[in-house]
Design a protein around this ligand. Sequence first.
Ligand SMILES: [Zn+2]
Length: 328
Amino acid sequence: MTRFVASTITFPYQRSLGPVVGAFMTALTERRILGIRSGDDVLVPPMEWDPATGAELTHDFVEVGPAGAVISWTWVPVPSEQHPLNRPFAFALIQLDGATTPLLHAVDAGSAESISDGTRVAPRWRGTRVGRIDDIVCFVPGETPETDGEDTGPATEPVERMLYNASITYRNPVPDATDRAVAASKERRLLGLRCPTCQRVFAGGRGYCSVDALELGPDCEVELPHTGTITNYSIVTPVQYPGQTETEPFVRVFVLLDDTDVIIPYAAVIDLPADEVRVGQRVSAVWASPAEELDEGGGMGGAWGALIGWIPTGEPDVDQPDLVNRIF
Ligand SMILES: [Zn+2]
């Protein structure tokens, strides 16, 4: 059965809000909720264009609420990490007093029995508001707004941008060849696969020859040497995105294994500062101690298993002008 690994990529994203949503977000920091007139309607949240005709609306804002009535709801018995509350709650369409369209938000009702169509609710404001929809933590039953913690006041500048973290989780199938390469790495072996047709050798658990479109099974396995020469490198200056653990510039090297055509790409180095790495430098493999080994191998870039990086051997550099062109 195919095994999968999950990989999550999270990155910060920033968008401009424009004059209408920006005004709505700025008002939230003042604990006010704005709608916009569109004919006889008051739209909440406000929109820049009439949703029925597409005509641009004049910026005729109306303060609504803060209380309103639930017109529809669904109970969330087991909240996920991404939900606004960490206990069971309702997502509800709330028609705020003075509005003609409902606002979608969370209601902290305690139990599904405590909410129904028509239930009156009021906002629970965050003490520190930055101009996001979750400046309202949630709505609570009743007519009286609440504030969570100490009120630090409204924003000092109009809110023009919104920051948030986009997050995507991929599930990748792990080829059998990757599992075999990781298992071999735990025995301090660097596994290659030789194509029977073109004789090219592939490393890193890639279980096929990309030239001949052949699957490479266990009968194609060869042992690769543990020493090589740096052919190229990149110095990475880490951007401080969420989850980034690197703070200082670090290097990734391409290693041409001795007596082969195999390149190990984007490899980590040990005891080699970024400003001392050179093309032609001789290196050897460093393996994790059993205690350091990760339980989970495979997936994106994980096929090297217990091979944690490359360390200078101290031998003289290889002087070969075309080394730098050996990347793949
Ligand atoms: Zn081949």
